[in-house]
Design a protein around this ligand. Structure first.
Ligand code: NAI
Length: 356
């Protein structure tokens, strides 16, 4: 595995590999930047096709965490942990304790929480052996509610910029993925008077959204071409491929899923088609904002107390409005502007100038 040669390597400060033969634990912790504080980022646990793919994921996701926290105004840096293997086979109390011991050994340079394959109950177990975790049931709790609220702030910015409107009434949204975040977004959009088209690979989630919100259900493979105003990806990353872009009928793409753009070219194609893209790491910052500011135990940049959570989450709306206007003024994509702003904040040069 050649970390330094990986296309995802971006002058990461530190990358640690951990293994524990007894429990089968194989972990990678990537620390992208601590320029603004302790590196914070979730722990992803899933089988990977190769160790290289796992390392690339850790590198890519930790960079996104640096950008996300910097743009959300948080006094933390960016990191991410990846556990390699099948959670249903490997996950046990011993396994999670072994992982927690490794996190503890890092001495606080990295603090973690839940992500794909790791729920709050798992983080509770990890927290039995290290204090360098957030989002436990005794702490700020389930971050997905705050992520959904943050997405709503982001959607307000999109609607204001793209449609010149201050409300959602009568606008049509396609919500792709009705999990912890997507269902919360759908619920709030419905309450705000929006019309919904939804898809999920879980029929029970779709049935619920149809029954509760009067949503129109479409097949998972068709949701991106739904006739809507805004496409809201809330499933897995990479759903906005170059091919998908050509079929999108929405005027904007804005949702919670991490790494929505399958490639920089997909972003460029969205811009070429005049479809507004809201950078995902700005849209989905609500979870980390709640984790860092919600407990009230920490202080912001310069030692100032954090504002109430509602206000902290509303930063997403203003940040996106700033990004959209600067993108328009400079004739560049919002993704590129967001990247430049984040890099300025953490004192780095942007890695991919071509990313659209
Ligand atoms: P989740 O696992 O609860 O929900 C994902 C949903 O997407 C599931 O219902 C799943 O069945 C569905 N899905 C999977 N493949 C699909 C497909 N091809 N088409 C349609 N639906 C599909 O995950 P969660 O927590 O709701 O997160 C959603 C996205 O938001 C993820 O990309 C995650 O990384 C991102 N995110 C979540 C945060 C959180 O606080 N939970 C914070 C920041 C980002």
């Amino acid at each position: 595995m050649h970390i330094w040669d990986s296309p995802e390597f971006d002058a990461h400060e530190q990358v640690c590999l951990f293994s524990d033969e007894r429990t089968g634990l194989k972990a990678i912790v990537a620390i992208h930047s601590t320029a603004l504080g302790t590196a914070a980022g979730g722990t992803r646990f899933k089988p990977y096709a190769s160790n290289g793919e796992a390392a690339d994921d850790a590198l890519r996701l930790s960079r996104a965490m640096s950008y996300k926290s910097a743009l959300a105004g948080l006094p933390v840096g960016g990191g991410k942990a990846v556990l390699v293997g099948d959670p249903s086979r490997l996950k046990s109390r011993d396994f999670l304790h072994a992982y927690g011991a490794f996190i503890d050994r890092l001495g606080g340079i990295f603090s973690t929480g839940e992500d794909v394959g790791m729920g709050m109950a798992d983080i509770d177990v990890v927290s039995e052996v290290t204090r360098f975790v957030g989002g436990t049931s005794a702490g700020t709790g389930d971050p997905s509610i705050h992520t959904a609220v943050g997405v709503m702030h982001g959607l307000e910015a999109v609607v204001a910029h793209r449609f010149g409107r201050a409300d959602f009434s009568g606008l049509r949204f396609a919500v792709q993925g009705l999990g912890a975040v997507g269902m919360g977004v759908a619920e709030r959009l419905h309450a705000a008077g929006a019309e919904l088209v939804v898809a999920d690979i879980r029929p029970d989630a779709v049935d619920l959204a149809v029954a509760r919100f009067g949503a129109e259900a479409v097949a998972a493979e068709d949701i991106h071409r739904a006739c809507v105003d805004i496409l809201c990806p809330c499933a897995l990353g990479g759903s906005v491929t170059e091919e998908a872009v050509d079929e999108i009928r929405a005027a904007a793409v804005a949702g919670a899923a991490n790494n929505q753009l399958a490639s920089p070219a997909a972003g460029e194609r969205l811009a070429a088609r005049g479809i507004l893209f809201a950078p995902d790491y700005v849209m989905n910052a609500g979870g980390i904002i709640s984790g860092i500011t919600g407990g009230g135990a920490r202080r912001g940049r310069g030692g100032a107390a954090f504002p109430p959570l509602d206000e902290s989450l509303a930063v997403i709306r203003q940040r996106l409005l700033d990004i959209f206007s600067r993108a328009e003024a400079e004739d560049r994509t919002p993704e590129l502007i967001a990247q430049h702003l984040a890099c300025e904040l953490i004192g780095r040069s942007p890695q991919r100038d071509s990313q659209g």
